[in-house]
Design a protein. Structure first.
Length: 309
């Protein structure tokens, strides 16, 4: 099965989209190992982009009241609570210092649980600020009939709300479930990577507001190098679970313009483990359809000529 790159051409999407003065590709690197779940990115995104409030939805899912990326939530801070047995003390008789290490925010005494060391269970929160991935090969661009979705000179993907006709084709096309239609509006909305700020040489609002630099913005090539170094550092510090997601330019979407450092499997964070651009087979399908049409036309001509002779 051919990969997306062989079907869709070069990996630098801005020149591929026709930009003769394309800028270096810009993007996000989100390091979840230092995310504290403050939601400053969510607030900054809403304030700068004038995104409507989502209301106070008590979802009963830890401290995550946003729930998912929606038309009114372009950044979503996920809280994944993971129960873990307490690591025994290093000096306890017959104990081993080896045990689960609690990154993020450990709960020393969760309500309703035993307080004895032999019965108590701890937990950790895996926190991640999710966002549109700004894929190299974006299916939403392929299916948009009005040109509302377009590729910017920075390689990002933006929706022009004044052109969107609300057809909704882009929503099922996205392999990450990012794009959403706004109720009472009908048009599609998602992260623009603060296109207006990029044009002025400014940092996107979410990255600017992040107090721990969990969200890092810059040229994508530099971010990938920085991310690889960060993973190596975490491995040296005894965190073998650290891994990158969306950084590989040979994956099913040609790599993401917004990629992540995760501390567990992608499915734990609600991310597809092996995303593939949903329109990858369109070139092959159109080619086969064209060949079939030519064959039918040839058969019709042959039948007409044979019948008249």
């Amino acid at each position: 099965m051919p990969d997306a790159n062989s079907l869709y051409g070069p990996l630098d999407p801005a020149p591929d989209a026709g930009w003769t003065d394309a800028q270096p590709r810009m993007g996000f690197f989100t390091d979840t190992s230092v995310c504290i779940g403050c939601k400053a990115c969510e607030v900054a995104c809403k304030e700068w982009n004038d995104v409507p409030g989502s209301g106070l939805d008590l979802l009963g899912m830890s401290y995550d009241n946003t729930g998912a990326l929606t038309a009114n939530s372009w950044r979503h801070v996920a809280f994944v609570e993971q129960p873990r047995p307490v690591a025994p003390a290093a000096d306890a008789p017959g104990s081993s210092a080896a045990g689960p290490q609690f990154l993020g925010m450990p709960g020393a005494r969760p309500p309703g649980r035993g307080t004895g060391a032999e019965t108590r269970s701890d937990f950790r929160w895996l926190m991640m600020s999710d966002v549109c991935k700004h894929c190299t090969h974006a299916a939403c661009l392929d299916v948009c009939p009005t040109g509302s979705l377009f590729r910017t000179e920075f390689g990002t993907v933006v929706v022009q709300e004044d052109i969107c006709n609300g057809c909704g084709y882009c929503i099922p096309a996205c392999p990450f479930g990012v794009i959403d239609q706004r109720k009472g509006d009908g048009r599609a909305w998602k992260c623009t990577l603060c296109y207006d700020r990029l044009g002025a040489g400014l940092t996107p609002a979410c990255a600017q507001a992040c107090p721990t630099e969990s969200i890092q913005y810059g040229p994508l090539d530099e971010l990938r190098e920085r991310a690889a170094q960060r993973v190596a550092t975490l491995h040296e510090r005894g965190v073998p679970q650290a891994r990158l997601y969306g950084h590989d330019p040979t994956d099913g979407v040609g790599g993401d313009g917004a990629f992540f450092l995760l501390l567990d499997e992608p499915e734990v964070y609600g991310l597809p483990p092996d995303p593939v651009v949903t329109t990858r087979d369109l070139p092959r399908m159109w080619k086969r359809a064209g060949l079939a049409a030519l064959a039918m036309a040839a058969a019709a001509v042959a039948a007409f000529v044979g019948g008249s002779s």
